[in-house]
Design a protein around this ligand. Structure first.
Ligand code: ADP
Length: 266
């Protein structure tokens, strides 16, 4: 909640959208989309108006995580212009690159094509008023990232990593990308996902499957805020698969963990 953490919007702005937060990871499969989905519902529970732009061209999983895989965005008329209407689920407005591809069909998006589609989803969409638009980026640091960063007024970024060395090395590159002079997007913090595992029958035990506190140490190392950790939990995976983000469930350790991370971000 500290005012000094709130970045200024640079370049062009999008009327009606107050903050655009990019959620990134160096490596795929570390839980970037899971974290995006749960941050979105947590922000929404806090009373903010929230949207998600799923820009993960390699594997858009936000529609599944919000149980809207079969949805197709409708066209609406806004001031005489035809605009794409985001699909709404649990009060979150969603546009995904996945809404425009055939299920089970691999789509090779060329850089310019993907950038064009993403630009349309931002600028030619009827997002309405949003406090936060979360952008679920593709993993890694490539041309798509550069083009998104250059064309969108991103206000801040969150980097998700597991404590594993290969993931951390890539997360570090992600942070370096945001901090590059030509991009200059403030890093709001690092989230450590799959931090440890606790078996039900041994509730006092923590097993550090991917290593201990790697992302936390990385955050210190690169002078970025550490937002918090999420353990490896079967119900978190299941809630993603059935399309009902875990943080929606009240009074659980997962709800509390996502709330802590979200509070560090806003
Ligand atoms: P990414 O967006 O980085 O590719 P996902 O969010 O799609 O990663 O997560 C990859 C898989 O791991 C998904 O099946 C997801 O449900 C699962 N998963 C992510 N985080 C956790 C966690 N903390 N505990 C258990 N499963 C998780």
């Amino acid at each position: 909640e500290s005012a000094d953490k709130k970045p200024e919007i640079k370049g062009k702005t999008i009327p009606g959208i107050s903050n655009i937060i990019a959620v990134a990871s160096g490596k795929g499969g570390v839980g970037k989309s899971t974290v995006t989905a749960n941050l979105a519902v947590t922000l929404s529970k806090m009373g903010f108006k929230v949207g998600i732009l799923d820009a993960d061209i390699y594997g858009p999983s936000i529609p599944m995580m919000f149980d809207v895989e079969a949805a197709t965005p409708l066209s609406v008329n806004v001031d005489g212009k035809s605009k794409m209407k985001p699909v709404e689920s649990y009060g979150i407005k969603i546009l995904s690159i996945g809404f425009f591809t055939q299920p089970n069909q691999a789509v090779i998006w060329r850089g310019p094509m993907a950038s064009k589609a993403l630009n349309q989803m931002i600028f030619d969409a009827a997002w309405g008023e949003l406090d936060f638009l979360l952008v679920d980026l593709p993993p890694g640091t490539g041309d798509i990232h550069l083009s998104i960063m250059q064309s969108l007024p991103i206000t801040g970024s969150v980097v998700v990593s597991t404590p594993q060395n290969v993931a951390l090395a890539d997360a570090k590159k992600g942070v370096a990308m945001f901090r590059q002079e030509s991009i200059n997007v403030p890093v709001l913090g690092i989230v450590e996902n799959m931090a440890y595992f606790t078996p039900e029958e041994l509730p006092e035990n923590k097993y550090y499957i991917f290593g201990k506190q790697g992302a936390k140490n990385l955050a210190e190392d690169i002078d970025a805020p550490f937002l918090g950790e999420i353990p490896l939990v079967q119900s978190l995976r299941e809630s993603g698969d059935i399309g009902r983000p875990a943080a929606m469930q009240e009074s659980t350790p997962l709800e509390a963990a996502f709330e802590k991370i979200t509070r560090g971000m806003v």
